[in-house]
Design a binder for this molecule. Structure first.
Ligand code: MD3
Ligand code: FE
Length: 223
C-alpha cells in the first residue's frame, strides 16, 4: 500500500487497499461486505462473556426516552446516558464495576478493517455493543461524544439485516439507505466521521445463528 502523510484531515486522504466487493459511501467511508465472517464464532464466544459481566440494558436518554436498542460495552471506556447527558466512563453504572476488557479478537478485527481502508494504527479504547430486536431503531444522530475525530469508527453487523441511513453533515440532508448484513463491516473516518446516520426499524427476518436479533459492534477511540 502507498504511504500517506499523517496530516488528515483535511490535507491527505487515506490510501485504501479496498477491492471490488467494497462499497465506497463517501471520501472516507466504506462497506466491507462479509469482512467479519471468519471472526464471527470467536466474536460471539467473547460476547457471551461480556454480557454475563455487563448485561444489555435499555438506556434512558436525557430527554426521558427509553431507547429501543439495548446496549452494553467493553473496553477501557463505555458509553452511558442518563438525565445529565451522554458520556464515556470507565465504570458500568449498572454493575459499579469497570466495563469488561476489550477481547483481543475484537481489537484485531477492528484494526485490520481500519487498516484495509487506509486508517493504519487504529487503537480503539471502546466498543459499544447494540442489540436490536424487530421494531428497534436508532434515529438520525451524529457520534460526537468522542474527543478525537481523527480516528475512524469501525462497525460490525451480526445477525438480522438492517437498513442503515447515511445522511450528511446537517440533520436535514436526505439520507441514503444502505442494507447491512451479517458479517459486514463499515469504516467511517475523515470527512465522513461526523455525518448523520441511523438505523430504520428492524424487520423480522430471523437469522440462523442469532434468531430475531441484530448485534452491532462499534469501535471508537474516545480520548
Ligand atoms: C457514520 N450504531 O452506535 S453503526 C451507534 O448499526 C450507531 O447500531 C448503528 O450508530 C448500528 O452510534 C450504526 C454505523 C456507524 C457508526 C458510527 C458512525 C455509522 C457512522 C459515525 C459517523 C458516520
Ligand atoms: Fe452512531
Amino acid at each position: 500500500m502507498m504511504s500517506t502523510i499523517s496530516l488528515f484531515p483535511p490535507d491527505a486522504l487515506p490510501a485504501p487497499d479496498t477491492d471490488a466487493t467494497d462499497l465506497q459511501l463517501g471520501p472516507g467511508a466504506w462497506v466491507l461486505r462479509g469482512y467479519a465472517l471468519d471472526y464471527v464464532d470467536r466474536v460471539l464466544t467473547q460476547l457471551r462473556q461480556i454480557r454475563r459481566q455487563s448485561p444489555f440494558r435499555h438506556m434512558v436518554t436525557p430527554g426521558g426516552y427509553t431507547m429501543s436498542v439495548a446496549l452494553t460495552c467493553c473496553g477501557a471506556a463505555g458509553w452511558t446516558a442518563d438525565r445529565k447527558g451522554y458520556r464515556y466512563a470507565a465504570i458500568d453504572p449498572e454493575t459499579g464495576q469497570p466495563w469488561p476488557a476489550m477481547p483481543d479478537v475484537f481489537l484485531a478485527l477492528a484494526r485490520q478493517a481500519a487498516e484495509h481502508c487506509g486508517y493504519a494504527g487504529f487503537a480503539p479504547d471502546s466498543c459499544l455493543i447494540n442489540r436490536y430486536v424487530p421494531g428497534a431503531r436508532l434515529s438520525l444522530h451524529q457520534d460526537k461524544d468522542e474527543t478525537d475525530f481523527c480516528a475512524p469508527i469501525v462497525s460490525v453487523s451480526l445477525g438480522m439485516p438492517a437498513m442503515f441511513q447515511f445522511g450528511g453533515l446537517k440533520r436535514s440532508d436526505r439520507p441514503e439507505k444502505i442494507p447491512l448484513f451479517h458479517g459486514d463491516i463499515v469504516v467511517w473516518g475523515g470527512p465522513d466521521r461526523l455525518r448523520y446516520h441511523g438505523v430504520m426499524a428492524l424487520k423480522d427476518n430471523p437469522h440462523p445463528l442469532l434468531g430475531s436479533n441484530r448485534i452491532n459492534l462499534t469501535f471508537r477511540k474516545t480520548g
